[in-house]
Write a protein of this length. Structure first.
Length: 152
């Protein structure tokens, strides 16, 4: 019985190691996907900022902020933070900032279709993964941390 337990544990350890090998690549792909979504949204806002202001004034119901400030903040966030997230710079903060943009977007649209809500949930889960576990080894954050640990 003891060898069965030991063999099972060893099998689990080997499988766990094998499955964690592509973790950094999967994390990078998740970062790039979410960054692309928000970047595209930011570019849309910039392309016709008059329409953006109109939507923020009459369509979106952003709580607590004047519509012009909300429009500028959303556009800024959707341009700057995706770049940082893609590179893996200040990844946790960038993911947290985009999470706020994501939540505000969901709260601001009264009649969001279920499919759109599902997309926001998926983006939110990916962003929360980055907030809690970081960007992974394929990031500037990891390189800076690795270099900084040499000096300790």
């Amino acid at each position: 019985m003891k060898s069965l337990t030991a063999n099972s544990y060893q099998l689990f350890e080997n499988l766990s190691t094998l499955l964690s090998t592509p973790q950094s690549l999967v994390s990078l792909l998740g970062r790039l996907y979410v960054a692309w979504v928000f970047w595209a949204s930011g570019l849309t806002k910039i392309a016709d900022f008059e329409s953006t202001l109109f939507l923020f004034e009459y369509e979106y119901q952003v709580p607590l902020l004047p519509f012009t400030l909300a429009a500028y903040l959303a556009t800024f966030g959707e341009i700057v933070f995706p770049i940082l997230l893609s590179l893996g710079v200040a990844s946790r903060f960038s993911a947290l900032a985009l999470s706020v943009v994501n939540v505000v977007a969901v709260m601001s649209l009264e009649d969001m279709p279920p499919a759109a809500l599902n997309e926001h949930i998926i983006w939110g889960v990916i962003l929360l993964h980055i907030v809690f576990w970081g960007a992974g080894k394929l990031s500037v954050d990891f390189l800076v941390k690795k270099k900084a640990s040499r000096f300790d």
